[in-house]
Design a protein around this ligand. Structure first.
Ligand code: ZN
Ligand code: ZN
Length: 213
């Protein structure tokens, strides 16, 4: 509500040409964002469908990754503003730029400290908006494992599958999952999430991101 009011008072202006209305107008989006060519997310070898190559699948249980843009220029600036300038509207805009895929939508949760500082999780906003846009089911599946979470918890352990930093909190058996994050750098975090989800019974996990560094 407050956010809506702020948007009316100071509407988003285009990052590039300052035209009012959106954080990036359509003209500038076409020229300023550089599409990422499909490649294996781990070794960056170009291919036609973004699938993880067979050699890398041994290290990562991601079936593949759909990445919209290269992490540079305006794409990088927008992602930075989404994370550090309290711009939820950018997350909603960028959700429209994620490539169309099919599956149950989930996201890589940011760590608790960043979330508290920011007041929101940008990957959650991306995932939530993406699921509405494409009429897909949205599930909050992954949680960061923290010490406080482990102490004195009293939640059903049935579907819980832990490995390293992440916990799967719901049944994912047989699901094809779309795992959303804003930026993929080395792919280590999203691969860790994929292996936890696969170990919990997911049929496949495909990463979906705005940009790859
Ligand atoms: Zn513009
Ligand atoms: Zn590879």
């Amino acid at each position: 509500m407050i956010e809506k009011l702020l948007e009316i008072i100071s509407p988003d202006a285009c990052f590039v040409c300052q035209a009012e209305g959106s954080c990036l107008c359509q003209n500038c989006a076409e020229t300023a964002l550089v599409s990422k060519k499909p490649s294996c997310i781990l070794c960056n070898k170009l291919n036609i469908d973004g699938r993880t190559c067979s050699g890398c699948y041994a290290k990562s249980r991601l079936r593949g990754a759909s990445v919209s843009y290269r992490y540079e220029g305006v794409a990088k600036d927008l992602i930075w503003a989404m994370k550090y300038q309290n711009k939820r509207s950018i997350a909603r805009y960028l959700a429209t730029k994620l490539l169309p895929e099919d599956g149950v939508v989930c996201f890589v949760p940011c760590d608790g400290k960043a979330r508290r500082k920011r007041g929101y999780d940008q990957a959650e906003i991306l995932a939530n908006n993406y699921s509405k846009l494409h009429k897909l089911e949205f599930k909050k599946l992954l949680f960061r494992q923290t010490h406080s979470r482990q102490v004195g918890k009293n939640r059903p352990e049935r579907f819980k599958n832990t490995k390293g930093n992440f916990v799967v909190a719901q049944n994912v058996n047989g699901l094809d999952l779309l795992l959303i994050d804003d930026v993929i750098t080395t792919g280590a975090t999203i691969s860790e999430c994929a292996s936890v989800l696969k170990a919990a019974g997911a049929k496949s996990v495909t990463a979906l991101a705005i940009a790859k560094a």
